[in-house]
Design a protein around this ligand. Structure first.
Ligand code: NDP
Length: 282
């Protein structure tokens, strides 16, 4: 049987450390502050925003929520971000995606000061990651790397196959693995012979968004499986991108869904906000 990499437990441990470090910073007169901007009333986005605020409260980070109407103009949103960029109480700015169609998402993400870009989506921070000098790293892939470290899994010299090349998960996690000296194959919807690529992997990182599309028998005996996918099946059930029951018979270690990568994402957002506040004190 494979080791289950328990994202909930790892996240709880790291949040404990963050709570202590936030308290130390507050004693020095700096309260880390996160501004969360939500435009419109997409139900999933509302849930994510309230989870982020609750997590901030739990570790002692000050959070300020800006709920804007779905018909907010690009100009008004840019003006708000401009104010937050200059607000010394705010160390991190998070604009919840997706944004409504009248707003250019790239323009908004690029208007956030790179020094407050705790989501790590600004091209400046993306570029820093690619050249191996990361400042803010995007939260989900960063969470994946922390999980691997906490589980005692080294990447050096390993064959890593990443399935999915999005800017928020697949691409950044590929660069993070490269920085840890893995040999990385980045797969996507036009990849030929995906099953063969996965079969060659010592570590598989799945970030596709298709329920159980990576079959258990594609997993090499003893490989490590990190499943980023979160897919709703039916009314209540959540499954990952990997066929968990079969894959766990072959993998040496595997993340469950839910309770795997999910809890790490918000944890790394808290960590990035703490880091930003620390840097502001330097
Ligand atoms: P995107 O939809 O942005 O990207 C999906 C990627 O999968 C694309 O690169 C796409 O390829 C690739 N893909 C689609 N079909 C196939 C296929 N048949 N074979 C190989 N590759 C394929 O998704 P995200 O990266 O945003 O998210 C991926 C998953 O991770 C989702 O389930 C999402 O819910 C989950 N997620 C979980 C988070 C967490 O906190 N746990 C946070 C973020 C995401 P192409 O580029 O060619 O179209």
């Amino acid at each position: 049987m494979s080791q289950i990499i328990d994202g909930k437990a790892i996240a709880a441990k790291i949040r404990g450390k963050i709570t202590e470090q936030v308290a130390t910073l507050i004693e020095k007169g700096i309260t880390p502050g996160l501004a969360v901007v939500l435009v419109g009333d997409d139900p999933a986005s509302r849930v994510y925003v309230s989870m982020k605020e609750k997590a901030c409260q739990e570790v002692g980070i000050f959070s300020d929520e800006y709920k804007l109407h779905a018909d907010t103009s690009e100009q008004d949103l840019l003006a708000l971000i401009g104010r937050l960029n200059n607000d010394s109480k705010i160390h991190g700015i998070l604009v919840q995606l997706p944004l409504p169609p009248q707003i250019n998402t790239d323009l908004i993400l690029e208007s956030i000061s790179p020094a407050k870009d705790v989501d790590g989506f600004h091209p400046y921070n993306v570029g820093r990651l690619v050249v191996g000098k990361p400042t803010f790293q995007p939260c989900t892939p960063y969470g994946v790397m922390v999980m691997l470290k906490e589980a005692g899994i080294s990447l050096e010299g390993k064959e890593v196959v990443v399935v999915g090349r999005s800017n928020i998960v697949g691409k950044p996690v590929a660069f993070m693995c490269l920085a840890q000296h893995a040999t990385v194959t980045l797969c996507h919807s036009r990849t030929r012979d995906l099953a063969d690529k996965v079969r060659s992997a010592d570590i598989v990182i799945a970030a596709v968004g298709k329920p159980e599309m990576i079959k258990g028998d594609w997993i090499k005996e003893g490989a490590v499986v990190i499943d980023v996918g979160v897919n709703r099946v039916g009314e209540k059930k959540l499954v990952g991108d990997v066929e968990f029951a079969e894959a766990s018979k072959r993998a040496s270690a595997i993340t469950p869904v839910p309770g795997g990568v999910g809890p790490m994402t918000i944890t790394m957002l808290l960590y990035n906000t703490l880091e930003s506040a620390r840097r502001s004190a330097e």
